[in-house]
Write a protein that binds this ligand. Structure first.
Ligand code: COA
Length: 694
């Protein structure tokens, strides 16, 4: 049929088998092969039905994302699916693995669907900023009703085979095992029963309450704020009520094309590729050996240590959890048990799963017990001397070859590596708070880290369902170093006259989940004050002068936890303006003789975001971030930089680095070299007319 589709005949049943690794996307040769298979099955009077299935680990997992936005060879997917719709002989889709996007659309255009029990189904297009374009919204609505359709297509989640069967999206669940045989038997039975073709397009739209659209619009505007695709998808579903099936397909495809051409989809597709690219490390061959990790030690059981323990055992990795003394260990276990118990109470976890996780934790107060681990993560208090002492101990008590990782956020890992006496085994594994929830993991390669150690921690990150990104050693690594420049600029803006609430609002409307001041209140102003203190020796006079955080902590205002910070909080932690903050800013200005001015939104946004872009360029030229992909992936997943802008480096490329540089030069003239000297790499790329991405 084609390079990727083979055709077989078993008595009266023909079978088209797609084999297009890794995930059987609907690339040109698959579409051509399937079209040919349908023609052949239709033309042969001896053939009574056609089964479409896939070789390898999954049924078609979607259209080929790399083809998006490019000229596409005939037949296009909608044309192929129209052929399926109109076929005179029944077509059965035999499903396994992840039936996603365009793959789900192929399955829905078949007349009957049978799946293995562990098959998963979904429309992830929304995560790529795209409206399904081959009948996904139309056929799903007709088969499963509005509620399921809205949920599947606008949220991009997956459902299992049982749910798909209950919703009417598939007809049968095969027994675990030989899907090919089950599908053939199913097709033979259809033929024997005289069942003919059956197109989802011939069904009426569901008689569901149209109020569902309005409800969904409201929820999506809140939950997926700033994103254009979810609302466009609602428009696409609604087409089914406004015109006939064929006309709706044409309009749906137009919305799909429009979405693919838009900036959000371009950015989201960039993120999809970047998230996979960061797993491949320049200079580290893919076949680099990894060290076995069958038991992880965690030393230090504060909030971070506990979160790391939870992340490990949730992924089935046994943990030896070492606390300072019995009191710390007990408190940690109590906190962990409490969190999981509340998940069990809410029904998001079973008691059995919780018990299984707890059974994987061995507790101890003696670091010598870590000899049973082959990787130890240090999460003790953020103090260099304390951490140095821990690494010296770990160097002695653990077996040679045991990987020693620090969860420090800004201390020098090379210093800790030297303290251990085994620097080649030492690295950073910087989790984000809460560590069992946040997906980003900054893995840090220190000066002497063995390549095997790097390969091992990248693999471990993936194994525990994190998104590991490699960083070099510097103060704050990628995310916190870039964030520190934003915080500095935010304090300066307030000193110059911008209100914290307006600054927060600017970032909120850019797409961040919260602004810098709301974030400070959430994280705790005492934490921020401690970080400022640790950096005071290298801070400028102006940075020291912008001591709002210290002033608030001095008054016992610690943010959300004390009910007062930049904002005031009620008992439900709902924020309202805080008059004390206004008074503090006014007094600060008077004390230091500062003149406050009105600052426009554009300047606020540019100063906060370009400060990070400029720092990102420095990270690249210093080799701390191997590539712009690491920065974009880390900032989107660690700081909530909106994914639909593609992350700071991609976003700056879209603006044009010459324009970004010109603005930075203006800020430099106004604010001084200390804060706005452009990164040499930015200057170079702007002169060359290129972006961070070549
Ligand atoms: N188009 C092009 N390439 C794709 C792809 C797609 N739709 N889906 C996956 N791939 C590629 C990945 O880029 C990766 O390539 P690489 O090894 O060169 O990096 C490879 O297939 C394996 O994907 P990966 O995500 O690493 O494997 P996985 O087993 O963890 O997950 C999927 C498999 C299919 C669940 C996951 O890749 C996925 O969700 N893909 C997107 C599906 C999608 O959005 N479809 C809708 C498009 S209409």
């Amino acid at each position: 049929m084609s390079d990727t589709v083979s055709f077989h005949v078993h008595g009266a049943i023909a079978e088209a088998v797609v084999d297009n690794p890794p995930v059987n996307t609907t690339s040109a040769s698959v579409r051509q092969g399937l079209a040919e298979a349908i023609r052949k099955a239709e033309a042969d009077p001896a053939i009574r039905a056609l089964v479409i299935r896939c070789a390898g680990k999954t049924f078609i997992a979607g259209a080929d994302i790399k083809e998006f936005g490019k000229p596409i060879a005939e037949p296009h997917l909608p044309t192929l699916l129209e052929m399926m719709d109109r076929a005179a002989k029944p077509i059965v889709a035999a499903l396994h693995g992840t039936v996603l996007g365009g793959g789900f659309e192929v399955a829905l255009a078949a007349h009957y669907r049978i799946a293995l029990p562990d098959t998963r189904f979904g429309f992830p297009e929304v995560k790529l900023g795209v409206v399904p374009g081959a009948g996904g919204t139309q056929r799903t609505a007709r088969l499963a009703g509005l509620e399921t359709t809205i949920k599947l297509t606008t949220e991009g989640g997956q459902i299992n085979a049982a749910k798909a069967r209950a919703s009417g999206l598939i007809d049968a669940i095969a027994e675990e095992g030989d899907l090919a045989a089950a599908a053939l038997a199913y097709a033979e039975k259809l033929v024997a029963q005289g069942q003919g073709p059956r197109s989802a397009g011939s069904l009426p739209m569901p008689a569901d309450d149209p109020a569902l659209f309005e409800e969904a619009r409201k929820t999506l505007s809140r939950k997926m704020r700033g994103q254009t695709a979810p609302l466009k998808i609602l428009d696409a579903i609604r087409l089914g009520y406004e015109m006939d099936f064929d006309a709706a397909l044409v309009q749906e495809l137009a919305l799909c094309r429009e979405s693919i051409a838009g900036p959000q989809s371009k950015a989201l597709r960039h993120m999809f590729a970047a998230e996979r690219e960061v797993a491949r490390i320049p200079g580290l061959p893919a076949d680099t050996a990894t060290r076995p990790v069958d038991r992880v030690g965690v030393i230090g059981l504060g909030a971070m240590g506990r979160g790391i323990v939870m992340a490990m055992v949730s992924a089935g990795v046994p943990v030896i959890a070492v606390g300072l003394d019995q009191g710390h260990v007990d408190a940690a276990m109590k906190a962990i048990t409490k969190m999981w118990s509340s998940s069990v109470a809410k029904g998001s976890m079973t008691q059995e799963a919780m018990d299984k996780r707890l059974a994987l934790i061995t507790i101890s107060t003696d670091p010598r017990d870590l000899t049973a681990a082959n990787l130890v993560i240090e999460a003790v208090t953020e103090n260099l001397d304390v951490k140095k002492a821990v690494f010296a101990t770990l160097g002695q008590v653990t077996r040679p070859g045991t990987i020693l990782a620090s969860n420090t956020s800004f201390l020098n890992i090379d210093t800790l590596a030297d303290a251990s006496g085994r620097p080649e085994d030492v690295c950073g594994m910087h989790f984000f708070n809460p560590a069992h929830v946040m997906r980003l993991l900054e893995n840090v390669r220190a000066a002497k880290t063995d390549p095997e150690v790097v390969a091992t921690i990248m693999a471990l990150g993936k194994r525990i369902a994190k998104l590991p990104v490699l960083s070099g050693v510097c103060d704050g690594f990628i995310v916190n170093r870039m964030l520190s420049k934003r915080s500095r600029e935010a304090f300066f803006l307030v000193e110059e006259g911008a209100s914290p609430a307006v600054v927060d609002k600017v970032l909120l409307s850019y797409g961040f989940p919260m602004g810098p001041f709301a974030l400070g209140d959430l994280a705790g102003l005492d934490v921020q004050a401690a970080a400022r203190k640790a950096r005071a020796a290298t801070a400028t006079e102006r940075e020291l002068r912008a001591d709002f955080v210290e002033q608030m902590v001095g008054e016992g205002r610690l943010g959300q936890k004390s009910g007062s910070g930049w904002y005031s909080y009620d008992e439900n932690r709902k924020a309202s303006p805080n008059p004390q903050t206004d008074a503090m800013i006014a007094a600060h200005a008077e004390r230091h003789g500062l003149t406050l001015r009105e600052i426009g939104k554009e300047e606020i946004q540019q100063r906060l975001l370009y400060a990070m872009v400029n720092e990102g360029a420095k990270l690249l030229s210093e080799g701390i971030a191997p590539r712009p992909q690491e920065i974009d992936v880390a900032m989107v997943n660690g700081l909530g930089w909106p994914s639909y802008t593609g992350g700071p480096m991609f976003w700056a490329d879209q603006i044009g680095l010459d324009k970004v540089l010109a603005t930075i030069e203006r800020f430099r003239a106004e604010q001084g070299d200390a804060y706005w000297t452009p990164a040499p790499l930015l200057v170079q790329y702007a002169a060359e007319g290129r972006g961070f991405y070549a």
